[in-house]
Design a protein around this ligand. Structure first.
Ligand SMILES: [Zn+2]
Length: 301
């Protein structure tokens, strides 16, 4: 059983299989419970997951052997705790212990972006690569760093690397990658420039395709910031590929082609990572949670 808790939506699926061969036999999505404060929200999440374990197990007509749970924010995989979530408000919540006590099954606990990266490496766009970066671009920009075939359990913030454009970021700093290149920034900057409201970056992308001048400038500046962020990753880690995911990657070639071009212009001696589009969409986190549960040693189940 795999559960991916997001800021607004929780996705669950019951998988059968082993190793890298997994098939979903039941799925459910529901709103992430939110209560007054972070601690009670965390308790409500544990209760919701326990309910899903019972419901999906019953629907699929089979017992649940193990549970994989992934959450956003700062996560300590070793301790099994959600250290901090700005969005959902919890601090130092012992998710793994609480949930395993509640459902009487072994629980694997992880970070949503890192689990999604694990899934893209084992089942998706970066399959077979030992060194890659999986970069979901949505409201913010995060990264799962895959080195030597393993996802590093580190809390870096590639979205807040200063790439020199000088504009303020919500984090309080200036010049951050995500202040120009996140989906939210693209929509916000287009509206600031033109006074025209848009529903999101997809609207701006459509205007770029139609040749609209302001949208094209905003898009080009986003691509430049993203290219400079990727160069930092390339300089530090030398990944074979960068897998672009999240809502912005739905722009496809409109994102990949100018990004490849910009990287070629900016790259001097280091190898430009191959750019790929994520293959698993918004299922990546859930699949990653399933892999974490399946990787739990048999004797612990
Ligand atoms: Zn920032």
């Amino acid at each position: 059983m795999a559960v991916d808790v997001g800021g607004t939506e929780t996705k669950a699926a019951l998988f059968t299989g082993s190793g890298d061969d997994v098939v979903a036999v039941a799925r459910q999505r529901l709103a992430t419970p939110r209560t007054g404060d972070g601690a009670t929200t965390a308790d409500a999440v544990v209760e919701t997951v326990a309910g899903l374990v019972a419901a999906l197990g019953e629907r699929a007509g089979r017992p649940v052997d193990a549970v994989g749970l992934v959450v956003p924010g700062v996560v300590d995989e070793e301790a099994g705790t959600g250290v901090y979530s700005a969005n959902l408000g919890w601090r130092d919540h012992p998710f793994r212990a609480r949930l395993s006590e509640r459902v009487g099954r072994p629980v694997a606990f992880g970070h949503d972006v890192r689990a999604g990266g694990l899934a893209e490496v084992r089942l998706g766009a970066a399959r077979g690569l030992r060194d890659a970066v999986v970069l979901p671009i949505g409201t913010g920009i995060a990264a799962a760093l895959v080195v030597g075939g393993r996802v590093l359990a580190v809390d870096g913030e590639i979205g807040h690397v200063d790439v020199g454009h000088g504009e303020p970021c919500g984090c309080g700093s200036t010049g951050c990658v995500e202040a120009r290149a996140s989906s939210a920034a693209i929509a916000r900057r287009f509206t600031a420039r033109t006074g025209r409201p848009v529903a999101g970056a997809a609207d701006v992308a459509a205007l770029v395709r139609a040749g609209e001048k302001d949208a094209t400038v905003v898009w080009r500046e986003a691509v430049d910031a993203l290219a400079r962020g990727i160069l930092v990753l390339a300089a530090l880690l030398g990944p074979r590929a960068v897998v672009l995911g999240g809502g912005l990657a739905l722009a496809g070639d409109l994102l990949v082609d100018p990004l490849r071009e910009r990287l070629d212009e900016l790259t001097t001696f280091h190898r430009r990572p191959e750019l790929r589009l994520a293959a698993l969409g918004d299922e990546a986190g859930c699949l990653g949670a399933a892999l974490l549960a399946l990787d739990t040693p048999e004797e612990k189940r």
